[in-house]
Design a protein. Sequence first.
Length: 142
Amino acid sequence: MPPLDLLSFMGLIATMDVLLDPIYFGSGNTLYEAMVYGIPVVTWPSDFMRGRIVAGAYQQMGVADAPIAPRLEDYANLALALGRNPQRRSTLRQALQQAAARELFADAQAVREFEIFLEAALAAASRGEKLPSGWKPHPPSV
């Protein structure tokens, strides 16, 4: 398939029933593009971060019964079962679209934590220092 412009690519995603999170490679942008339409992305969280992005997004969204295979051996069967069950896909699609709009695309906490990181990193750099290993953002108390 030739490369597509964004509008054509998004149109293609909108027609899909299920997307597969590529094992050992992982999804990034494609996950977010799929969530615009609530298209389920079947995943198996591998040992590396790149293979845990989709599972992490489902956790962030608080999606019950997300299509996460507990073992690699379950990945294909989970995808097939979801592909063959239009009622479950429809229910999941609505849940994903709503959760993504609320928890993934409007995540003010992530933005605030990034702001805190930038402020702390700039302050440390101005003193000729680096942030300590294991540094974590601590939002100010309100």
